[in-house]
Write a protein that binds this ligand. Sequence first.
Ligand SMILES: [Zn+2]
Length: 382
Amino acid sequence: MKHGREESDVVSLVDDVLADAIRCRASDIHFEPTGSRLIIKYRLDGVLSVVEELPKIVSENVVARLKVLGGLLTYRNDIPQEGRISGHETPDQAGRVADKRLAIFPTIHGQRAVVRIFYETAAFTELSQLGFSDYICSSLRSIAGQNQGVLLLTGPAGSGKSTTLAALLRHILRTYPGKSVVSLEDPVERNIEGVTQVQIPPSGDMTFPVALRSLLRQDPEVLMIGEVRDAETARIGIQAGLTGHLLMSTMHSGSPAGAFLRLLEMGIEPYQVTSSVIAVLNQRLVRRLCETCKARDAQTEAYAAVGCAACMNTGFRGRVLIAEMVQLDGRLRKAVLARADLDEMESILKERGHMTMAQDGLRLVGAGLTTKDEVDKACGTA
Ligand SMILES: [Zn+2]
């Protein structure tokens, strides 16, 4: 990228940044104004790094250009705004990008902008391609075949939960053709052929509970809800899972046991939790070692990150999934019914030899796909 541009170059500067970020497969571009500069960062495989620093003078023009591309109000600099940027891929990038979302936020140093880029991920459409262990993969297939119950996915934002849900829905459509499959999402992230997808707007009367309640009268067999955020959605969702629907959704929780407790905190009765929830799947994405430069340590025999041109000197390229799954058995069910605390549930899991996410990560470390450090960071044990 060229430095020292004139203001009139802002249009091509923004074009170049967008094209370059897509070339690197960055998931986000941050345009961050400081007291003296405009800092541009890319998020590559989950990690943010500075790629360019521009003089402060271009800052507002760059953001103004982004706002034009995103169809936002250019004359409002004092409110957060969100939009979509369409097109703008170079010819060789055509078809690689599914969507680009723009979010503008006013700060004391001027407006900050983030462009989130969603790629067409043809490689990750099937359950078997996601990288789950054989045990988790076959458990998910068997859950997908059930006629009722609830499957919850947990993990922070950006841990690949919606990719897993989309793969599950595709698996259901292919294995059980004719099933009525409906999804409620905010927003719809990818189109899935054969699924009736409903987008829930961030504000307005069409909320998750309202949509979910009336959707149940549309006789769906499989329901996917983007996220269980409130007690009302949880209550209707659990009820649906008890009455002849297979419901899949995501939930904010650090661990599978935490998800059971979260449902109880939301006012769901313990017996409803134990009779509806089939399993909780907890997942994270860890960075995948760059195949071009990774090096084996002679002593530990583990592979380490090195860095080369192919991976922009990060030592990593792409990401891999680590996961753990908890299905309710007798003791755990009793613990939920007795409203046991997190420690108690965790110790029951430990005693029954539950394979944790960190242990699942070691499988990938052993295969030379990632490092122990990456796994520890993802599991919060670093
Ligand atoms: Zn490399």
